[in-house]
Design a protein around this ligand. Sequence first.
Ligand SMILES: Cc1cc2nc3c(=O)[nH]c(=O)nc-3n(C[C@H](O)[C@H](O)[C@H](O)COP(=O)(O)O)c2cc1C
Length: 370
Amino acid sequence: MMKSRLCDLVGIKYPIIQAGMGPFSNNNLCVAAANAGVLGLLSTSGLFNKTDQPWIYEDFIKTAEASMDDDMATVLEKVIKRTYLLVKDKGGIFGINVMVSVEAGDNARVMIDTAIRLREENPDMKNNFKVIFTSAGDPVGWKDKIKNAGFTWMHVVPSVKGALRCKKAGVDVIVASGHEGGFHTSWEPVHSMILLPAVVEAVSDEKTLVCGAGGFCDGKTLAAALVMGADGAQMGTRFLATQESDFHQVWKEGVVAAGDRGTLVARGFVGPARWLKTPRSEEHAVNTLKKSPGVYLGVPDDYTTMDLSLIDFEVESMQAIFAGNKEKALMAAGEAAQRISDMPKVNDLVQSMVKEAESILRDIPKKYLD
Ligand SMILES: Cc1cc2nc3c(=O)[nH]c(=O)nc-3n(C[C@H](O)[C@H](O)[C@H](O)COP(=O)(O)O)c2cc1C
């Protein structure tokens, strides 16, 4: 049996976090992940642009038992209640992923306030709806709201500096996300092999847990995270390519087909982002080099200084994927896509990863110690 402090802290069977991922919902993926014994995360970013990108909202509500007339707080309320009903009998544990970047504006507050209110109104939910996972912004400022409400608070960072900021904020679980990871990645890249042990050394203690993210996708990489001192691993790209994943089939198949050196980095909504390598993303990378060179130089820009045609291109490409238009789509994914060649059911995936990790961990003393 695997065990880790992450399992003890939130009550999951296996030390794995199914990452929050947009722009599609994670409404069915989260249920499947939670019921498979890992931490399931609902994504909320798909609710942020009802007016500008209604096709995202329209797709999101399909698996939320909600309607286009609902505002984003109401949709989130319906999703959380639906998830709770679908996981409670199996003891599934879940949370919400909320981007708190400057670009996310007040939306993040609406999401977090809704989550807090729901648990206050439905105290039974506390047994299953346990986590608020913030990302893409500064954690300091969210502490009182999230911790006073009794949630376990997780936050993702790309650097030791960010991890120290989380420690200051009182984050319970710091997720160190290496440059291999899918979609938004840091301006100054550091990969998991360096970042994860560095963050463990800097901040892990009896009150602060650390998990790895970026490149973790099977039993080998899960075992490696634990050996590097982590309490668990978050996986995005791996869970995207599963039967239950809510992402478009074209995107899921793109991950499975990616192969050797199958991703590249180019501009995303909130900075550099990792995409599946396609003619469309190669065009975006060429444009990024011209219009947002900081992506490749480690020099941040923002909407006030950059050429916004890059964002328009991304919006158009996101609309294309919702229509299943493979040629015009941009599809985010981590380097792990190179190591993914199947689209299993979530429970089968979790079982095979855990079996492989357990076998590796058991063999370590036999193989490497006298
Ligand atoms: C398609 C896709 C969408 C993502 N969207 C989000 C998001 O909305 N919020 C977030 O915090 N992280 C997001 N991520 C990052 C994941 O949460 C996770 O940290 C990352 O996928 C880990 O690396 P991996 O892809 O190698 O597993 C996304 C990742 C992918 C692949």
